[in-house]
Write a protein of this length. Structure first.
Length: 416
């Protein structure tokens, strides 16, 4: 049974002239003919070159406007408060035009913990429905001989059982978006747990997550009661870090946020998204890539996202940008943290130092987050084996194996 299921997913890649041939099985292939899209590639190149020239002009305007704010940023922020524009504007706590180097080195003895998660989503083409969440926990003790903690805990969930724990209306089904939200919650719970167990007296401890600490994506669930419940659970755990005096932050690689750009737009008189922007296509990271020196951080910003009104005031999320050196060039990363961490200069400096040290160890990306990802990820063969074992479990209990829709079966074993 294992041999049959796995053999159908053997997909060697073959090259035939200008074509790429992807072998799907012993009797089926998919062919992508690159000859027919050569002209489109040429058009793509010309379009990107033209866009790049426009972006350079917009970047020059953004940098000029940012420099003008060096002495007047407080006046501009004061204008935002009574007349909030239709788009999100970042509110800096110091001059957004200046960078700051790391004021301290990473302490010789430091504890860093991290978590990550992945999942096998509920599949509406399969019956009985279920899903799996796998959350890793990593704890590294630097400057000591203590063994690291590296583990992952998979949890198999059954749809009806879990609906009863998160939804008042148990007739609803758990979607992929809900599973993602629940996984985020489990990651934060696991991060607080590993931080408390790995803490050592007198040693600086940082809990570092991957991605954002802002639950803005919950609005996409279109389930107000569920959104409220999930945000309440998340903020309760986030408050736990403050109550336990554990600094927590998250690392956003290649951020696409435009809060700084929107601040510059506001300075240029663009009061809403409805107006054509002279800074179109720019991101905060692109602007700061031309302002910050390698290793520097930007001003700390208060996030303008409305969902933070549901966070405790001390836990509302702030962020800074750090230009992180890497082995193939620098990256401007966004570092998010609760307000109580951002307003503590000592904690902020230590956070800065540890993030840089982690990025150096990971050649441009925090090594502990890479480790957390590797322990949490569920790869395609593992996902397929999951369904094989699910079949065997059902059969062993005198039940029919997983029932799959004809659509899913056709994708697994194409006829032509």
């Amino acid at each position: 049974m294992l041999r049959k299921r796995w053999s159908s997913f053997h997909r060697p890649i073959l090259c035939q002239g200008s074509r790429i041939v992807l072998s799907l099985s012993t009797n089926a292939t998919a062919v992508l003919d690159f000859t027919s899209i050569q002209q489109q590639f040429q058009e793509f190149g010309r379009y990107q070159a033209a866009e790049h020239r426009l972006l350079e002009d917009r970047l020059a305007l953004a940098l000029e406007t940012l420099q003008e704010l060096d002495e007047t940023w407080q006046d501009l922020v004061g204008q935002i408060e009574p007349d909030v524009p239709a788009f999100r504007v970042g509110r800096p706590m110091s001059s957004p035009a200046r960078g700051q180097g790391a004021n301290v080195d990473r302490p010789a003895e430091t504890t860093v913990v991290a978590t990550d998660g992945s999942q096998i989503y509920p599949d509406r083409h399969l019956d009985p429905p279920c899903y799996l969440v796998n959350v890793s926990q990593i704890a590294l003790q630097y400057g000591t001989l203590e063994e690291p903690v590296m583990r992952a805990t998979p949890q198999l969930r059954f749809r009806q059982k879990d609906i009863e724990t998160v939804l008042a209306d148990t007739t609803e089904s758990i979607t992929a978006n809900i599973v993602s939200a629940l996984r985020d919650q489990e990651e934060l719970d696991a991060l607080l747990s590993i931080a408390c167990s790995a803490r050592r007296p007198g040693r600086f401890l940082l809990a570092l997550g991957d991605g954002t600490l802002i639950r803005w994506m919950l609005s996409g669930l279109n389930k107000p009661k569920l959104e409220e419940l999930l945000i309440q659970r998340y903020t309760e755990t986030l408050s736990g870090f403050r109550e336990q005096d554990v600094p927590v932050a998250s690392y956003v690689s290649r951020p696409a946020s435009r809060d700084l750009v929107n601040l510059l737009r506001f300075a240029l008189g663009e009061q809403s998204n409805r107006s054509a922007s002279r800074l179109s296509g720019l991101t905060d990271a692109l602007v700061y890539a031309h302002v910050l020196k390698p290793g520097d951080r930007s001003a700390v910003f208060e996030s303008p996202i409305g969902v933070l009104d549901q966070y405790a005031p001390e836990d509302q999320i702030c962020y800074t940008y750090i230009r992180v050196p890497g082995w193939v060039g620098d990256e401007v990363a966004r570092i998010e943290m609760p307000r109580w961490v951002a307003e503590d200069d000592i904690l902020l400096d230590l956070l800065h130092a540890v993030v840089l040290d982690q990025a150096e160890k990971g050649r441009g990306y925090p090594s502990i987050l890479s480790e957390a990802h590797e322990h949490a990820i569920i790869r395609r063969p593992e996902s397929e084996l999951f369904y094989v074992l699910l079949d065997e479990c059902l059969v062993n209990h005198g039940l029919q194996p997983v029932s799959s829709s004809y659509k899913r079966l056709s994708k697994m074993r194409p006829l032509v």
